[in-house]
Design a protein around this ligand. Structure first.
Ligand code: SAH
Length: 212
């Protein structure tokens, strides 16, 4: 029933805008986005937009999910840290492409709902934590890749610390409403930052983010 809408999303929103990684495109074909939106809003699941999911939060626009995931260049063996579980949609995409996903969410209800949803969909390589993700999840560090799906004023130092040497982090940073999507790499020569363009995420609230 949703196959056609999904394929249209892949072609017109992702491929047409330069998403070329076949693994990313296939993951986005596989994860049923309509299972992640608020009940009754399924018809908008494949629209070219972020959608409200309650608690003042949103499920990110499909293109943004694809762009951020592609930037991480996952091969399948990685340990990934995600900050901002939200609905768990981005989490599921990561779970398709990496070995293990550690995901942190500050709103307990969102985390619990995402956990149930991902279990029902059969994902067994995701670990959940409720708390302030600006501090990361030190117990399992270092991570080969880190993705932050809320926007903070800067790259939280704790997250950079928990990135493995040679690892990549994708994170929106800048002002409260609009940010730059940054691709941060940890190299032997230090921190390398590439700006992937403008974006607008909900605020990253916490000790190394915006004040709650
Ligand atoms: N990736 C999600 C969209 C997340 S919206 C999806 O695909 O559905 C951003 C999420 O970040 C919200 O759920 C918000 O509660 C959460 N968030 C904001 N600040 C946070 C913090 N410091 N630690 C963990 N989660 C945070």
């Amino acid at each position: 029933m949703y196959n056609q809408k999904m394929e249209q999303m892949i072609t017109t929103q992702l491929m047409a805008r330069g998403i070329r990684d076949e693994r990313v495109l296939n993951a986005m074909r596989k994860v049923p986005r309509h299972e992640f939106v608020v009940a009754g809003k399924e018809e908008y699941a494949y629209a070219d937009a972020a959608l409200p999911v309650g608690h003042g939060q949103t499920i990110s626009q499909p293109f943004m999910v694809a762009l951020m995931t592609q930037a991480l260049q996952l091969q399948g063996n990685e340990k990934v840290l995600e900050i901002g579980t939200g609905t768990g949609y981005q989490t599921a995409i990561l779970a398709e492409l990496a070995k293990t996903v550690y995901t942190v969410e500050k709103v307990s209800q969102l985390s619990q709902e995402a956990q149930v949803r991902l279990e029902q969909l059969g994902y067994d390589n995701v670990r959940f934590l409720i708390g302030d993700g600006t501090k990361g999840w030190p117990d399992n560090a270092p991570y080969d890749a880190i993705i932050v799906t809320a926007g903070g004023p800067l790259v939280p130092p704790s997250l950079y610390d928990q990135l493995a040497m040679g690892g990549r982090m994708v994170i929106p940073a800048g002002e409260r409403k609009f940010q730059d999507l940054l691709l941060v790499s940890k190299t032997e020569d230090g921190k390398e930052v590439i700006n992937l363009g403008k974006c607008g995420f909900v605020p990253l609230l916490g000790e190394e983010g915006w004040e709650d």
